[in-house]
Write a protein that binds this ligand. Structure first.
Ligand code: SF4
Length: 112
């Protein structure tokens, strides 16, 4: 059965989530994006979900939403919960935790 919902749960709040209409997972089973774990046993499911995300035009928006909403389960924006653990949003941009911001890099470049 085809559904008009994305794999991701309906976001709450007043933010613009229009990007969901262009999601590559619109016609996928939402269950695919919520494996029960990330161990070897679930890797085929995780890989299949990540493959869909890999062709998604709104993966960046999806990942940003997941980080903003602190989504701790599921595949979002081409990342697993474990992958997102190492990411954070700084000024609306996704970066690895502990990595210098572009402003910090710029200051360092001017200083050296
Ligand atoms: S990045 Fe993945 S989970 Fe997010 S909207 Fe696209 S296909 Fe769906």
């Amino acid at each position: 059965m085809e559904t008009d919902a994305t794999a991701a749960p309906e976001p709450t709040g007043t933010e613009d989530h229009g990007w969901r209409h262009d999601a590559a997972c619109l016609s996928e089973d939402p269950e695919l994006f919520f494996p029960e774990g990330e161990s070897d046993r679930y890797q085929p499911q995780v890989s299949a979900a990540l493959e869909v995300c890999g062709s998604c035009a709104v993966a960046e928006d999806c990942l940003r939403y997941a980080l903003e909403a602190d989504q701790r389960t599921g595949i979002w924006g081409g990342t697993t919960a474990q992958m997102r653990h190492d990411l954070e949003l700084v000024g609306g941009r996704v970066r690895t935790i502990g990595a210098p911001t572009s402003a910090e890099v710029a200051v360092h470049s001017v200083a050296s």
